[in-house]
Ligand binder design. Structure first.
Ligand SMILES: Cc1ncc(COP(=O)(O)O)c(C=O)c1O
Length: 366
């Protein structure tokens, strides 16, 4: 089975054996009957495993062209599991334009548990190399980045890391496996907030880590069970339903995002547009005060003001006060994340309606 959409529809979703139901049931159970103590059909407790986890894991692993996946309660849960591959004293080199919650996990939790972090310019593979210390065990890439949409050369960074036996994890949430497959570029792990494009409908929170390394998979499963960062069976079922249209949605997100980029580029109120050249995320700065910017983004008809991204509906957010508020203001300025930056998650609506919405709303500020 080769095609992306064919895999999205068919892998991990064979008709169910008992009744022939085309769609897998939701195994909404906490526990499983055992024939004799320890003798069971491969499942003993849902914090450890569940058929809905396995179905979703098979599908995502296939799309990422990886061997194994482990699903988690959230993207942050997946990140916590990756950090738990480390031990106190270990060092992490990370890109400097990360999702605010990732930064918070590193600095407010990771550091308390004895990990240390260096944040480097993600667009420069040499910067990762320079920051590597003897105790460096992990390189953390997020590409494209959130919210400045800068890209990291995964292959170049992973090659540097491999030479020093350091693991590389790439947060592939923004690109999705439709546009980017980090494992094929040499990363040891590809991580997602499945809350975003993979689920695709803003109705479920989840995370996943994909790898080709069986030992890592086993450790990630152990972390899920030990830390209690497992998803619910229903959430996995919902995520898998969304996943089936990932390819179709990403094409449409991208088509609409490109039209939005063109519109912004020509608009007299635009100061700067950020777009990595693919995908559905666009960031922009306008020739407006911060207060005007906040008013602007509260006034759209179809771009709902809200956190998150990657759903079928268009969203807009103000990173400095919303998704990235957990990054101290000084640190935000250092990273080029200005208070007037606006992030758009361009949905799959009719593009004429989206452009009209942007045009009409901006016209009130011109
Ligand atoms: C790039 C990226 N990684 C990870 C996360 C965290 O995922 P979750 O909200 O599912 O915990 C987010 C959330 O916005 C994100 O944007």
């Amino acid at each position: 089975m080769k095609g992306f959409n064919t895999k999205a529809v068919h892998v991990g979703q064979k008709p169910e054996g008992l009744t022939g139901a085309v769609i897998s049931p939701i195994y909404q159970t906490s526990t499983y009957a055992q024939e004799a103590p320890g003798k069971h059909k491969g499942f003993d407790y849902t914090r450890a495993d569940n058929p809905n986890y396995r179905n979703l894991e098979a599908a995502i692993a296939a799309l990422e062209e990886g061997a194994y996946a482990t699903v988690f309660s959230s993207g942050i849960g997946a990140e916590l599991a990756v950090l738990n591959l480390l031990k106190a004293g270990d060092h992490v080199v990370a890109g400097d334009d990360l999702y605010g919650g990732t930064y918070r996990l590193f600095t407010q939790w990771g550091m308390r548990f004895g990990l240390s972090f260096d944040f480097v310019d993600g667009t420069n593979p040499k910067a990762f190399e320079k920051a590597i210390q003897k105790k460096t065990k992990l390189i953390w890439i997020e590409t494209p980045t959130n919210p400045l949409l800068k890209t990291t050369d995964i292959k170049a960074v992973a090659t540097i890391a491999k030479k020093k036996k350091i693991l590389t994890v790439a947060d592939n949430t923004f690109a999705t496996p439709y546009f980017q497959k980090p494992l094929n570029l040499g990363a040891a792990m590809s991580l997602h907030s499945t809350t975003k494009y993979i689920g695709g409908h803003s109705d479920v929170i989840g995370g996943v880590v994909v790898t080709n390394d069986k030992k890592l998979k086993e450790k990630l499963n152990l972390a899920r069970m030990s830390l209690g960062i497992n998803p619910s069976p229903f959430d996995c079922w919902l995520t898998q339903r969304g996943l089936k249209t990932l390819g179709l949605r990403m094409e449409r997100h991208q088509e609409n995002a490109k039209a939005v980029v063109q519109f912004f580029k020509k608009h007299p109120l635009t100061k700067k547009v950020y777009y990595p050249g693919f995908g559905g995320m666009v960031s922009a700065e306008f020739k407006l005060t911060v207060d005007q910017t906040k008013k602007l983004i509260s006034s759209f008809e179809y771009f709902t003001l809200g956190e998150s991204l990657g759903g079928v509906e268009s969203l807009v957010c103000h990173p400095a006060t919303m998704t990235h508020a957990s990054i101290p203001p000084k640190e935000r300025v250092k990273r080029g994340l200005s208070d007037s930056l606006v992030r758009f998650s361009v949905g799959i609506e009719d593009v004429e309606d989206l452009l009209d919405d942007l045009k009409n709303t901006l016209s009130r500020f011109g």
